[in-house]
Design a protein around this ligand. Structure first.
Ligand code: FAD
Ligand code: SIN
Length: 525
């Protein structure tokens, strides 16, 4: 039987953003945290390189701020950058106090790594499985808190607004409010109504809008799509970050990441004939920011008609290499690649969504009572390109800001009456799942072919027209069949793909991660 559940705080997503927010608000009311797979499944769990923070001299907030702004290619909001970076030290200390173990040197100080675009080593890490360690520590705290209940295998379909009370809502409606969400319990197929005074969207990324991605399969852009459908503001979706070095292993989906920290450690990119090439593109060579490295690899592969380039770590101290990157070593060995002696084949893959649900300094979205944090949000920190390891940082800083604001507001809010149950009338079990799986593949192919690392107006328009057909087909299907996670995810992937194309078409310039052949980049001094 479908249920109606009341909770002060509804958190959608159990990655770093959702878990850390839940911990912070839990002493001020009941928290229900829903997550669509097992409780630990998230992009967070797979983070390798680490979390950027200013810890010791000669590093400084000013240097980290300057690196972030330089990487963002003129589109970062400087006020937001200063706010996030100045919080970095305190927030990572809090993660450590919650039990996350970051590697230390013999003198007890944190061992800091370097990644592309950073002028100082400032990445705290736990070997090459930092995200796994953070997720472990946060879940241990959350599971021990009496006010937090996790509903795993629960899928948020849509947030509830006035629209569900029959009141017309459009993108110009000034006071759209969020009253909770309709949630599919995938264990029994029932759709529960979860009513909340405050909701946090923390649904992570959208890697599976593309054919190859480093993201786990949960990353289907659900939060962005839900907010877009509810007429909330979504921004900067054209800035899709392709990680330069996912492991080239055809057939493996998602792609396994080869952390940028390996290049920070001295790894060098080479074409298949063994030649270095990054000096042709940027003075920082293999450690240039990601947009530059991914484009350079893409260009070399296209010129040569090759499917991958190599990462060469064979000149590095073998024991040291394995000590720092044991997980990558094990993975490579399982494929017969010994990184001490062999080059690692790598290729760019969709990795991170810089845009998302627009939020202010307190993490408030344009919809009242709805906050967003983490990868599904757009704060202004990343601008046109995210600096490596700034994502976990942004998620904890904004989870904190949103929690502080939520705690201030919770007393003045009440539950909304009269919300109807989920309406399943007129729907039937789907006859053919192939309609869904095939449409998903089609979207991914369109996006990878026409809306990838290098774009043009012609390619974008072609993608737009192809996608429109898929959208119409899927809307018709969605209305006819019993709601399921798969059909909702397809709907969300199509919506997110549409926003990426729409925002890309609107940006008449090459900037950061959005590179268009029709608008060659303007040379900057
Ligand atoms: P996530 O951790 O992705 O969590 C989202 C949660 O929402 C999941 O639990 C998911 O199941 C749930 N969810 C989604 N949709 C629904 C729905 N409809 N209903 C219910 N639940 C839902 N960043 C760094 O800063 N440093 C790194 O070293 C780094 N390495 C990375 C390596 C890899 C392989 C990947 C994929 C990413 C990496 N990133 C890194 C990026 C970073 O991990 C993510 O941006 C960050 O973890 C996002 O955290 P989040 O809490 O916003 O979302
Ligand atoms: C990596 O380890 O290369 C990923 C870091 C990031 O996405 O910030």
């Amino acid at each position: 039987m479908a249920k109606t559940i009341h909770t002060e705080f509804l958190v959608i997503g159990s990655g770093i953003a959702g878990l850390s927010y839940a911990l912070k608000v839990a002493n001020h009311g009941k928290v229900i945290l829903i997550t669509k797979a097992s409780e630990d499944e998230s992009n967070t769990k797979y983070a390798q390189g680490g979390i950027a923070a200013v810890m010791y001299e000669p590093d400084s907030y000013e240097k980290h701020i300057a690196d972030t702004i330089a990487c963002g290619d003129g589109l970062c909001d400087p006020e937001i950058v200063r706010f996030v970076i100045r919080e970095s030290t305190e927030r990572v200390q809090e993660l450590a106090a919650w039990g996350a173990q970051f590697d230390r040197k013999e003198d007890g100080n944190y061992q800091l790594a370097k990644e592309g675009g950073h002028t100082e080593p400032r990445i705290l890490h736990h070997k090459d499985i930092t995200g796994f360690e953070i997720e472990r520590a946060l879940l241990a705290q959350v599971n021990a808190h009496p006010n937090i209940e996790i509903f795993d295998h629960h899928f948020a379909i849509d947030i509830i607004t006035q629209h569900h009370l029959g009141i017309e809502v459009n993108s110009r409606t000034p006071d759209i409010q969020c009253y909770g969400a309709y949630v599919l319990n995938t264990n029994n197929g029932e759709v529960d109504t979860v009513l909340a005074k405050i909701t946090l969207m923390a649904t992570g990324g959208a890697g599976h809008v593309y054919a190859t991605t480093t993201n786990p399969i949960i990353a289907t852009g659900d939060g962005v799509a839900m907010v877009y459908r509810a007429k909330g503001k979504v921004e900067n979706m054209e800035f899709i970050q392709f990680h330069p070095t996912s492991l080239y292993n055809p057939g493996e989906h998602p792609s396994f990441l080869i952390t940028e920290a390996m290049r920070g450690h001295g790894g060098i990119l080479r074409t298949q004939d063994g030649k270095e090439f990054m000096h042709k593109y940027d003075d920082r060579k293999s450690l240039a920011p990601r947009d530059i490295v991914a484009r350079a690899i893409d260009n070399e592969m296209k010129i040569r008609g090759e499917d991958f380039v190599y990462l060469d770590c064979t000149h590095l101290d073998a024991d040291d290499l394995i000590q720092h990157f044991p997980n990558i070593h094990e993975k490579c060995l399982s494929l017969g690649i010994d990184m001490r002696k062999d080059f690692i084949p790598v290729v760019p893959a969709m990795h991170y969504m810089c845009g998302g649900v627009k939020v202010d300094l307190q993490g408030r979205s344009s919809i009242d009572r709805l906050y967003a944090a983490g990868e599904c949000s757009c704060t202004g920190l990343h601008g046109a390109n995210r600096l490596a390891s700034n994502s976990l940082l942004e998620a904890v800083v904004y989870a904190h800001a949103a929690a502080q604001d939520s705690i201030q507001r919770i007393q003045e809010l009440d539950f909304r009456d009269g919300i109807p149950h989920w309406d399943a009338e007129g729907t039937d079990a789907p006859e053919e799942m192939v309609l869904i799986t095939q449409s998903l593949r089609e979207v991914q192919t369109i996006m990878s072919n026409y809306v990838g690392i290098v774009r043009s107006d012609l390619r974008l328009r072609r993608a737009h027209d192809r996608l429109e057909i898929l959208w119409l087909e899927n809307e018709a299907l969605y209305k006819k069949i019993t709601v399921s996670q798969k059909v909702c995810e397809l709907r969300n992937v199509i919506t997110v793909a549409y926003t990426i194309i729409k925002h890309s078409l609107a940006r008449k310039a090459s900037c950061g991660l959005h590179y268009s052949l029709d608008y060659p980049p303007v040379k900057k001094n």
